[in-house]
Design a protein around this ligand. Sequence first.
Ligand code: G3P
Ligand code: CA
Length: 285
Amino acid sequence: MIALLPTTLRAADGDSPAEKLLLASRPLVIGHRGYCQIAPENSLPSFKLAKTAGADLVELDYYHTQDGQLIVIHDDTLDRTTDAVAKWGGKQIRVDSKTLAELKTLDAGKWFDPQFTGTTLPTLNEALDLIQDGNVTLIERKAGDAAACVKLLSERKLINRVVVHAFDWQYLADFHRLEPKQVLSALGPLWARDGRKVTDTEKVLSPEWIELALKSGVRAMGWNNQVTKESVAYAHRKKLKVWIYTINDPAEADRLLDLGVDGIITNNTALMWRTLALRRAKASK
Ligand code: G3P
Ligand code: CA
């Protein structure tokens, strides 16, 4: 007789949406800042379009507000993607200098196109409400400690139902210590290592980067297009996936997929799906 396990145990790792994505037998299509080629980046409309276009993961960036809330935006200032400067004056207005209530008065859509006027900056909670209803969020931490994100995800029972990535590998190590189950991805290349600036040659994915990232407990690497067939194969031998950002050109996606990469992070989800479909058609001829 097979005893029924409690839900928490049955849902444990092997069954989790994040783990399932790591087991996929095809490259993943990851919507960068949602579907930011046709909607304002990191907005609910952008996330909705990425979902509609079938992104495997919908990527976003978060910061902390002055009053400690997690808010979704890419830059550490409000100038580029909101009307903060027009509204409040000044320049280089930092996200963490404003409360959530203040940030919610900003328009984060009309800079992109007038049809998106009235779009506000989403909280991480609002973004998760939308994306996790059928998709998986790829959360990028831009600032703040791991404990705040662990707390939010734990309270929402979203540990390992999302993937978390960051350029700060100490943050990832902290996250891994607090929640070892959570699938994490190390973004690179880093600007500096061992107290000195990384040279252009050193920015290529290498066994050294991979070994260093593994110390943070990650299961994937998010790299730019500076990868080789050998470095991707090395990552695979170490049971790491390799996802490449930010690829919007089908020919470049083709080149990278030929190297064996496992995911394409893109501003144009539909175009990358088309690229994968054409590759499959060509392979089956
Ligand atoms: O997905 C990786 C990519 O998002 C990292 O760069 O600047 O777009 O957050 P950025
Ligand atoms: Ca990002």
